[in-house]
Write a protein that binds this ligand. Sequence first.
Ligand SMILES: [Zn+2]
Ligand SMILES: [Zn+2]
Length: 428
Amino acid sequence: MPMSSSDLARLGDEIAALAAHLTAATARLLDLIRAFDAGGGWSHGFPSCAAWLTWRVGLAPGAAREHVRVARALATLPRLAEALGRGELSYSKIRELTRVATPESEERLLAVGRAGTAEHVQRIVRGWRRMDAKAEARQTALQHALRSLDVYPDEDGMVRIRGRLSPEVGALLLKALAAAREILYQRRRDQAPDLDPPTMGQQQADALALLAETALHHELDPGAPGERYQVVVHIDAEVLANSEARGQSVLEGGVRVPAGTSQRLACDASRVVMRQDAEGRVVEVGARTRTIPPALRRALHQRDRSCRFPGCGVQFGQGHHIRHWAQGGPTTLSNLALLCRRHHRAVHEEGYAVDRQPDGELCFRYPDGRLLPEVPPPAAVPGDPANALRAGHEADGLILDAHTATPGWLGESLDVGYAIDVLHPLAR
Ligand SMILES: [Zn+2]
Ligand SMILES: [Zn+2]
């Protein structure tokens, strides 16, 4: 039998009211996600809070990233957060508004959300972003045009430097200066440990000299990407086999690193074995060899396809020796597992364990020994979740009905250009 129009109207009201309840519950969900994210609850084995949500809650990766983004944004947008919590502005509207809202523009955008439909909000936010992008492009172009560096001699022969660099070039320079200062500091410590250290200004000047020297020495060649990121580790054979053993584990440049880090870097790497005599002089240098030969690596990728850590699935990985080669573990398919960079770190340096069971399956454990399941345990859900939700909101004094989320729109058509002109602080 077809439903009467009054039945259908009631059904429509029920949909609208339940949607408002879901909106209010979403605000709570985002609060929880924000706290979990800030507390690093996901960091025990996931590259991000969104990846954890995908694994644990079953959100699609894009939706998970959006939940985390919106949750973070609402931390500084209390009025929008409130409107979501009262079920007034739908998650769709809040999602759009948080793309552009700042504490300064929040109030105006809240009014947009209250007045317009979700589609209006989307169009206004798009227009707002275009205006932001224009303003940002103007700013960037202006900065780029203002870049300059003056180098000129003083009356007494000293050379003065004055300039303005764009932010990313400035960051590059600061990084290079810091690296050069570090090198000079080590040289000083080794060669003249008793001398008073130079002032910061003097150190910066010395660092700049080292940068210039180095640049000319390398004929201003920044090098191939592979070389630039190559990391050299010096580690004693005993330390490689046993983290507790005494011995050196240092990066080139002398920075000490934990044995776990060296073991990870050596796990899937090319290596050069050097033998030293008792005084530390190198007496023999072997040929460079890959730990995992190319044919075996192909077979490993063929078998594992992606990182084997539960819930990961990142496609590019390193071959992890389940039993380290330095401890006598063989470089064979059964002793190897593909792990992404993040999870390779988890097993070497963060206490996660991985073993291969007799049946060939991998078994991962948390640092405290608990089993890390491939699939998360199901969440407890009451038998009638919609009623439980309503009852919970009522108990909190939150009264929601079919009109809670109705916009103030009266049916007039939307002129986005006009709206942006009126609303956006940088519109002109
Ligand atoms: Zn490894
Ligand atoms: Zn992984």
